[in-house]
Design a protein around this ligand. Structure first.
Ligand SMILES: [Zn+2]
Length: 105
């Protein structure tokens, strides 16, 4: 298991990357922490992003939205769940361990 980090590298705190949010990555899938995990036996069934995508494919109007805020400088970036999913998956596929708030904006 590895982790995928959302961090802030705003110019107001140079040389000091601020961790904003940590996700677990299991078998290439990004898992949010603290949002609940569905289990089948002891195996995770699906991640929140997949669940969200399925709901969207079903034509429901539910749309996931995350809001990340840097505790150091207050930079706040709202992002739709599907966009975050795409960025996170691309980063994981490229063996990167995180993305900055400015990448999400
Ligand atoms: Zn910051």
């Amino acid at each position: 298991m590895s982790t995928f980090l959302i961090y802030c590298d705003d110019a107001s705190h140079p040389n000091k990357r601020q961790l904003v949010k940590r996700f677990s990555v299991i078998r290439g899938i990004v898992w949010t922490v603290g949002m609940g995990t569905n289990l089948e036996g002891d195996e995770p069934l699906e991640d929140d992003f997949e669940l969200l995508e399925r709901m969207q494919e079903d034509g429901r109007t539910v749309r996931g939205r995350h809001r990340f805020e840097c505790p150091r400088c207050g930079l706040t970036v709202p992002i739709r769940g599907d966009k975050l999913t795409a960025i996170a998956r691309r980063a994981v596929a490229d063996s990167r361990s995180g993305a900055s708030l400015t990448e999400l904006a």
